[in-house]
Design a protein around this ligand. Structure first.
Ligand SMILES: C[S@@+](CC[C@H](N)C(=O)[O-])C[C@H]1O[C@@H](n2cnc3c(N)ncnc32)[C@H](O)[C@@H]1O
Length: 199
């Protein structure tokens, strides 16, 4: 069952909307904005959602791909949603993924999306460096499992390594976009890099 969102200092329009629409997190609206603008997901797609907990992107993506599609979620934390039929979920630290798990998730994916974020320390350099590590791990997974022509979406905290990561994405994908959703908090350093047309 979907748990109600806690009211806290971040309570805002999107948090209230998420509660009303039964999503466990306001982050769903960032993915919804990307979907409206870039149409990255379609019916029947096979998608990986990295950093999927509590589950709002999973819930939304599962609905878009429908019964003929499949969404695979990975996170260290548990989900707070009931897992839809076309979703499978692995509770694991991305840094601990081994060959057996890669074999289990398989390949031929249309899209790998990562909304992973480190626990923040408040020190911008440290937080950006940790975000960069997560992004690199997400990209190396994406390189292995996305089919040619497929797409990649990755959240990164802007910092010194942003440009380095962008260059790595450009090497693997024919096109790229940089996107800051309206629903992303203005104070947040997060931004999304979108790569399409996997080489
Ligand atoms: C902003 S939340 C994702 C919200 C999610 N997209 C949603 O809509 O419900 C970031 C997630 O990244 C996960 N995360 C951070 N480090 C991770 C790691 N090393 N391995 C797997 N997940 C990680 C966190 O546990 C957290 O659930």
């Amino acid at each position: 069952m979907t748990k109600p969102l806690k009211r806290n200092k971040w309570e805002d329009h999107y948090a209230r909307k998420a509660r009303k629409e039964h999503f466990p997190a306001r982050s769903v609206y960032k993915l919804q904005e990307m979907q409206k603008k870039y149409r990255l997901m379609k019916k029947g797609d096979k998608i990986i959602d990295l950093g999927c907990a509590p589950g709002s992107w999973l819930q939304y993506a599962s609905d878009v791909v429908g019964h003929s599609g499949q969404v695979t979620g990975i996170d260290i934390k548990p989900l707070t949603i009931r897992t839809p039929e076309n979703v499978r979920y692995y509770q694991i630290d991305i840094f601990d993924m081994d060959e057996a798990l890669f074999e289990s998730i398989g390949n031929g994916y249309d899209l790998v999306m990562s909304d992973m974020a480190p626990s923040t320390t408040g020190q911008k350099l440290v937080d950006a460096a940790r975000s960069f590590e997560l992004c690199q791990t997400a990209l190396s997974l994406a390189e292995k499992v996305i089919k040619p022509g497929g797409a990649f979406v990755c959240k990164i905290f802007q910092g010194e390594s942003f440009q380095v990561f962008l260059e790595s994405v450009k090497k693997c994908f024919n096109h790229h976009k940089i996107f800051k959703p309206q629903s992303s908090r203005k104070a947040s350093k997060e931004i999304y890099i979108i790569g399409t047309g996997k080489k």
